[in-house]
Design a protein around this ligand. Structure first.
Ligand code: ADP
Ligand code: ZN
Length: 213
């Protein structure tokens, strides 16, 4: 099964992708996480991406398309995968088409802008393994410490208020048109993002089950 999650930054794509990945035993592939990993490792790619990401802009299409191409040929993608945060532009979506990758379902998580702004401010990330948390909605057992690996939690540079605003603008301008793109292919599954993560998960699973038939 090939799935994609669309949604504004902070809509909960990554959180839902993690849950769905475990449930269906297919990898969740996040271009954001791959880029942050490259940044943490100080690779050439990471250094190139940093200024875009920290400023709330999109990394150039050719860079992320290259990353995704490399990742999707890995063995663990044979039985399907979940794309989280890719594509983010029509050009990226067309690149998937050119790779002959047909999505079975595109889950679009719908959340209002004001809720997004409240959420992103409380978002925390494990500096070691990349797991995501939220101080109110998904707290760790021990404050500031990752449940999975014991790593220290950090706040992303791009979760600063002024950067959040530009990320939302970018989303509405460049990524939201993908809803029409995939609706035209008949694979779009809108899911209204709920206050509680489990409630969004239930709606997400229902949408995916409707695809599997
Ligand atoms: P969020 O969905 O909360 O914005 P991500 O981790 O998906 O978080 O992305 C963080 C940043 O990484 C984006 O703001 C962007 O700069 C960059 N990025 C991630 N995926 C892409 C992509 N497909 N195309 C361009 N830039 C990307
Ligand atoms: Zn961790």
């Amino acid at each position: 099964m090939k799935l994609m999650f669309l949604g504004a930054p902070g809509a909960g794509k990554g959180t839902q992708a993690e849950v769905v990945s475990e449930r269906y035993n297919i990898p969740a592939i996040s271009t954001g996480a791959l880029l942050r990993e490259a940044m943490a490792n100080g690779t050439e790619l990471g250094m190139k991406a940093k200024s875009y990401i920290d400023g709330g802009a999109l990394v150039p299409d050719d860079v992320v398309i290259g990353i995704i191409k490399e990742r999707l040929v890995a063995d663990d993608c044979k039985n399907g995968f979940i794309l989280d945060g890719f594509p983010r532009t029509v050009a990226q979506a067309k690149a998937l088409d050119e790779m002959d990758i047909k999505m079975d379902g595109v889950v679009s998580i719908e959340v209002e802008d004001d809720a997004i702004i409240r959420r992103l401010g409380g978002r925390r990330l494990c500096g070691k393994c990349g797991s995501s948390y939220h101080v109110d909605y998904k707290p760790t057992a021990v404050a500031g410490v990752c449940d999975k690996c014991g790593g220290e939690l950090i706040t992303r540079a791009d979760d600063k208020p002024e950067v959040i605003k530009s990320r939302l603008d970018v989303y509405h301008e460049q990524t939201e048109p993908l809803k029409d793109f995939y609706a035209a292919k008949g694979v779009l599954k809108p899911v209204i993002g709920q206050e509680k993560i489990e409630d969004t998960t239930a709606l997400t699973i229902a949408a995916i089950e409707s695809i599997r038939g």
